[in-house]
Design a protein around this ligand. Structure first.
Ligand SMILES: N[C@@H](CCC(=O)N[C@@H](CS)C(=O)NCC(=O)O)C(=O)O
Length: 286
C-alpha cells in the first residue's frame, strides 16, 4: 500500500469510466469507431479535419503561410472535429486517422486520396509537396527535422503531463506538478539557449520546426496556455523565447491560422470552419 495516497494498484487494471477527470467523457482504453459517420468533403484539394488546439493550429498556420506565398494548391476546407463530443470516434474520421486524434488531413489533388495524420507528418507532407518551409540543403534540412521531431516527442510532457496535472486534473497533486514543471522548464531552457544564437529554430530560416513549436511553447510564453501557467513557470524569464514568440505571433498567416477551427470564445475572432480566404473578412485576431 502507498502510505500517502492509500492506493494499491490491482493485479490487472480495469476501466472505471469516471476516473478520467476532465476528459472522462472521451478517454477510452480501446481504439476504433464508436459510431458511423461520414466526413464532409468540400471544394478544395486539401480537406482538414481538426480543432484549434496546439496540434491543430500547427497545420492551419502552415496552410495560411503557404497561401500567403501565393500557393493556390494549398487552398483548404477546415472542418470542425469536436473532440469533446467524440467526433474523433466517428467511422469516417477513424478511416482517416486510426489513432482518433486531430489533426487529420486528406489530400484529394491526385488520382487517389492520400490520408495524412500526426501533425508532424502533416507539416512534413505539406512542406515536401509545395517545396516550402523545409530547407533543401544539409545540414539545415536535418536540423529542421531534428527540431520537428523534438517537438513531437517533447510536447506530450507539456500538454499531457504539466498541462493535465496543473490545469485539468480533478485535484492538485504536488508530485506530478513538480515532476512535469521541472521537465517543461528544462525544455523551455533548451529552446531559450538555442534561440540565443539562432533567429528561428533553423538559423535565419522560418520553417515547419517553428510552426510546430510555436503553438505549444510560444503560446505558453504568451501566457495564453493553461490558466496561470505562464506566471507559475515564469515564462518572462526566457528572454530569447520571448523575442522569438513575439516575432512569430505578429505574422499575419499565424494570426489567421490561430483563428481556424475555434468556436468557444469571441465569435469576432474565430472561425469554426474555414472554406475560403474571405471567411476571415471582418474577423479580428485576439
Ligand atoms: N501526436 C498527435 C497528437 C494529437 C492529439 O493529441 N490531439 C488531441 C487534441 S490536441 C486530440 O485529438 N484529442 C482527442 C482525444 O484524445 O480523444 C499529433 O501531433 O497529431
Amino acid at each position: 500500500m502507498d502510505e500517502t495516497s492509500g492506493y494499491v494498484p490491482p493485479k490487472v487494471w480495469t476501466w472505471e469510466k469516471e476516473n478520467g477527470g476532465h476528459f472522462a467523457s472521451i478517454n477510452r482504453p480501446i481504439a476504433g469507431p464508436t459510431h458511423d459517420k461520414d466526413l464532409p468533403v468540400g471544394k478544395h484539394p486539401l480537406q482538414l479535419y481538426s480543432k484549434g488546439t496546439p496540434n491543430g493550429v500547427k497545420v492551419t498556420i502552415m496552410l495560411e503561410e503557404l497561401l500567403a506565398k501565393g500557393i493556390e494548391g494549398a487552398e483548404y476546407d477546415a472542418w470542425m472535429i469536436e473532440i469533446g463530443d467524440g467526433d474523433q470516434f466517428g467511422s469516417g474520421f477513424v478511416d482517416v486517422n486510426p489513432n482518433s486524434k486531430i489533426p487529420a488531413m486528406v489530400d484529394r489533388s491526385g488520382s487517389e486520396p492520400v490520408r495524412v495524420f500526426e501533425s508532424g507528418s502533416i507539416l512534413f507532407y505539406l512542406a515536401e509537396k509545395f517545396g516550402e518551409f523545409l530547407p533543401t540543403a544539409q545540414p539545415a534540412r536535418t536540423e529542421c527535422m531534428n527540431w520537428l521531431f523534438w517537438q513531437m516527442g517533447s510536447a506530450p510532457y507539456l500538454g499531457g503531463g504539466f498541462g493535465h496535472f496543473y490545469n485539468y486534473a480533478p485535484e492538485k497533486w504536488e508530485y506530478p506538478i513538480n515532476r512535469f514543471s521541472m521537465e517543461v522548464k528544462r525544455q523551455l531552457d533548451v529552446l531559450d539557449r538555442h534561440l540565443a544564437d539562432n533567429k528561428f529554430m533553423v538559423g535565419d530560416d522560418y520553417t515547419i520546426a517553428d510552426m510546430a513549436i510555436f503553438p505549444w511553447y510560444g503560446v505558453l510564453c504568451l501566457g495564453q496556455q493553461y490558466g496561470d501557467a505562464g506566471t507559475f513557470l515564469d515564462v518572462k524569464s526566457y528572454k530569447n523565447m520571448q523575442r522569438w514568440t513575439a516575432e512569430i505571433a505578429a505574422r499575419e498567416p499565424v494570426k489567421r491560422g490561430r483563428m481556424v477551427n475555434r468556436s468557444k470564445g469571441d465569435p469576432n475572432s474565430e472561425l469554426a470552419e474555414r472554406h475560403d480566404a474571405s471567411d476571415f473578412d471582418g474577423k479580428t485576431p485576439v
